[in-house]
Ligand binder design. Structure first.
Ligand SMILES: Cc1cc2nc3c(=O)[nH]c(=O)nc-3n(C[C@H](O)[C@H](O)[C@H](O)COP(=O)(O)OP(=O)(O)OC[C@H]3O[C@@H](n4cnc5c(N)ncnc54)[C@H](O)[C@@H]3O)c2cc1C
Length: 652
């Protein structure tokens, strides 16, 4: 959808209100539009997979371009673009603080698009003009281009293939399933919607990395924008871009899942699957040297006498150096043991075929059994059909339920029970330079508040690399100047992430166009846990010597000189914890096609086979009965390992 001239004028006004040109002494900071944000937003919208989203964007621009939108917000009957900066800021803030969640949602969508692209767009010179201003050096330079080690199937026209098992999706679940099934002697075709990228493509550049490696270029969220949803989309899926934290499924979670009907999770087979996965991924504790972010968190935890421990990680030969902080856009050293480097590599060496850039539209089901898949090659539009004796659905917990629905499955558990480990961030500005974009991805965690209800539900404290897009994603915007000041402190800004084990759940609906739409709101109990986490993170930062602390609320919730956590929490309570009042993201998407013992309460049987179609087996994060409470990769790979072995036994 091309936007009209007047819509572009409104978009420019919005972008330059969020990120206006600013005089800093002698220096002039260019406006967002001068950094190339407009073009980057238009390109992102044009490549959005859903027509609905593209239309919504146009509608919002048209509405803001009209006189009524500003009148409602106290801007008088004038078009948004005709107001001055102060008036425009007032209009945007009235949306940010509106009692209507829909208005807050529109504000959040505009804020993220405008500011993300302001700090990510390459600018006219190839380097974003704001990076110098905020003291961000950008990613390390390109590795020399090298040929990709794996061969993928060429597509030159409509294609018909056949095999024993076709695996849809190549992330933690699909990659592992392909490895296990191929090792069992089965002929496997692995079909992946994303592209194939390897070490020499991983240059740490945020915009390029998001476009090439992330689902929806990192820009998707729940239907009201109250929570952003991050997942990988490339050969290797989330395991290519994830932070390598490798926790085994805790025993009490395994027992809980068994109690909910997934008996296998408490069995010796699952323990053996976790052993095999950790062995293949080289999970170890020898690569957890804390960078400045993690060292600061550890110092705060130690000062408080709180639990702190080092992360197990799936890396081999990780140098834990500066460029490691950029591995969220792929590890250029090849140290991260993604499924691409492990199971998919093993499968390909043993003869499995890899088909990339191919979106599977449906599973073919006849007489109650899966018979293969149909899909479309993205670049050429060619039709792809793969006939098979069995199908593994491992498209991730957003796309597996949508795929099952598009294939005609009706079970009500498909799409319900979505779990997200909602994550928010608390920020601390310290005297020393931290360069929080550098260093080991994640090295330290705390389970101090792991169990807040006596049933294993609580939260984890972790850090993560902070490139500009992360601070933009979570951090508050109250004016162009305030935001710029916040960004100018990025090199001195520490983050404590609060990851909830969510007790409540949401749902993945399948829209008329067949695409997933997420509804998710935190339950009251989860909000109460979030409050504990935000307060806990602030205490950690205070103990570590932060001079100023602020939360990820939409309103400014901060404390400085001297820091007082009580006051911060009073402000947090006043700012609220409702939808789009706090910045939330999910890095862990789970539970939307859960395993269980009965079709009324689960989407699959205890081996992952769907109740409605034989030989259609779910092998990804959607299979979890509840959230794992720990970063889920090892649990997903182990579940996929167990389910794929059961399938291999049936087929061979
Ligand atoms: C930034 C980030 C950091 C993370 N860090 C950690 C960490 O440190 N430790 C940890 O345990 N977890 C981490 N995670 C989470 C972890 O990576 C994911 O939970 C895991 O990869 C999910 O596995 P999956 O198999 O369910 O789906 P995915 O890995 O998301 O794989 C699904 C694949 O299916 C493809 N697909 C979707 N639809 C279709 C279709 N219709 N046809 C064909 N292909 C399709 C997608 O393109 C994707 O590649 C992180 C996640 C993110 C986003």
């Amino acid at each position: 959808m091309a936007i009209s001239g007047s819509q572009r004028q409104t978009l420019r006004a919005i972008v330059d209100t969020f990120a206006p040109a600013t005089e800093l002494g002698e220096e002039r900071v260019p406006a967002g539009s001068e950094a190339g944000a407009l073009e980057a937003i238009e390109e992102a919208v044009a490549s959005a997979p859903r027509t609905f989203d593209r239309q919504q964007f146009g509608l919002v621009l048209s509405a803001l371009g009209g006189r009524a939108a500003t009148a409602i917000a106290g801007g008088g009957f004038r078009r948004f673009a005709a107001l001055d900066q102060q008036q425009r800021e007032r209009v945007l803030l009235s949306w940010a603080d509106s009692p209507l969640p829909q208005r807050r949602a529109v504000f959040q969508a505009l804020r993220k698009a405008a500011l993300t692209m302001t700090y990510l767009a390459p600018g006219a010179s190839g380097q974003n003009p704001r990076w110098d201003v905020i003291g961000y050096p950008g990613p390390p330079m390109d590795a020399p281009k090298q040929p990709h080690p794996l061969r993928t199937l060429p597509v030159d026209g409509d294609t018909d293939l056949s095999c024993d098992v076709v695996v849809v999706g190549s992330g933690a679940g699909g990659g592992t399933a392909a490895g296990v099934l191929t090792a069992a002697g089965l002929d496997v075709i692995l079909v992946e919607a994303g592209g194939y990228f390897a070490e020499s493509d991983f240059n740490g550049a945020e915009l390029e990395g998001l476009k090439n490696l992330y689902l929806g270029a990192g820009g998707i969220g729940s239907d009201d924008n109250s929570i952003g949803l991050l997942a990988g989309s490339c050969l290797g899926g989330g395991t290519v871009i994830n932070y390598t934290t490798s926790f085994r499924t805790p025993d009490e979670v395994r027992q809980e899942w068994a109690g909910l009907g997934s008996a296998g999770h408490a069995s010796p087979d699952y323990a053996a699957a976790m052993d095999a996965v950790c062995e293949r991924l080289g999970v170890n504790y020898e690569h957890s040297a804390p960078g400045s972010r993690d060292a600061l968190m550890k110092s705060g935890l130690d000062a408080l006498g709180w639990h702190a421990d080092f992360m197990p990680r799936n890396v081999r030969g990780c140098n834990q150096g500066e460029r490691c902080g950029f591995c969220g856009y792929g590890c250029p050293l090849g140290a991260k043991q993604s499924t691409l480097k492990t199971w998919i590599n093993d499968a390909a060496e043993a003869g499995a075929r890899l088909l990339v850039d191919t979106f599977v539209t449906r599973v073919m089901i006849k007489r109650g059994a899966a018979q293969g898949i149909e899909g479309q090659h993205r670049a050429s539009g060619s039709r792809i059909r793969v006939r098979a004796r069995a199908v593994v659905s491992a498209a991730g917990a957003l796309h597996t339920p949508a795929l099952l629905r598009r294939s005609g499955l009706r079970n009500s558990a498909i799409g319900s029970n979505l779990r997200l480990h909602p994550a928010t961030a608390v920020w601390g500005v310290v005297d020393e330079r931290l360069d929080p974009w550098n260093g080991t991805l994640q090295a330290v965690y705390s389970d101090q508040h792991r169990d807040l209800d006596g049933q294993g539900y609580g939260l984890k404290y972790e850090t993560a690399p902070v490139q500009p897009s992360i601070l933009v994603g979570f951090g508050p915007w109250r004016s162009g100047r305030q935001h710029l000041e916040m960004m100018r402190e990025i090199s001195h800004t520490a983050v404590i992430g609060v990851l909830l084990r969510d007790k409540g759940s949401g749902e993945v609906r399948t829209a008329r166009d067949g695409m997933p739409v997420v509804r998710y709101h935190l339950s009251d109990e989860d909000i109460a846990h979030a409050r504990v986490g935000i307060e806990g993170a602030a205490k950690i930062l205070e103990a570590a010597g932060a001079q100023r602390i602020f939360t990820s609320h939409s309103k400014m919730v901060d404390t400085h000189g001297p820091v007082r956590v009580e006051e911060l929490m009073r402000r947090a309570d006043a700012a609220g914890f409702g939808p789009a009042q706090v910045g939330w993201y999910s890095f862990h998407i789970m539970g939307s096609a859960r395993m269980g013992s009965h079709p009324t309460s689960s989407a699959t049987d205890p081996t992952g086979q769907t109740w409605e179609a034989r030989d259609l087996v779910v092998c990804d994060g959607s299979a979890f009965p509840t959230s794992s409470g720990v970063n889920p990769m090892i649990s997903i790979e182990s579940t996929a390992y167990m389910n794929a072995q059961a399938l291999a036994t049936r087929l061979t």
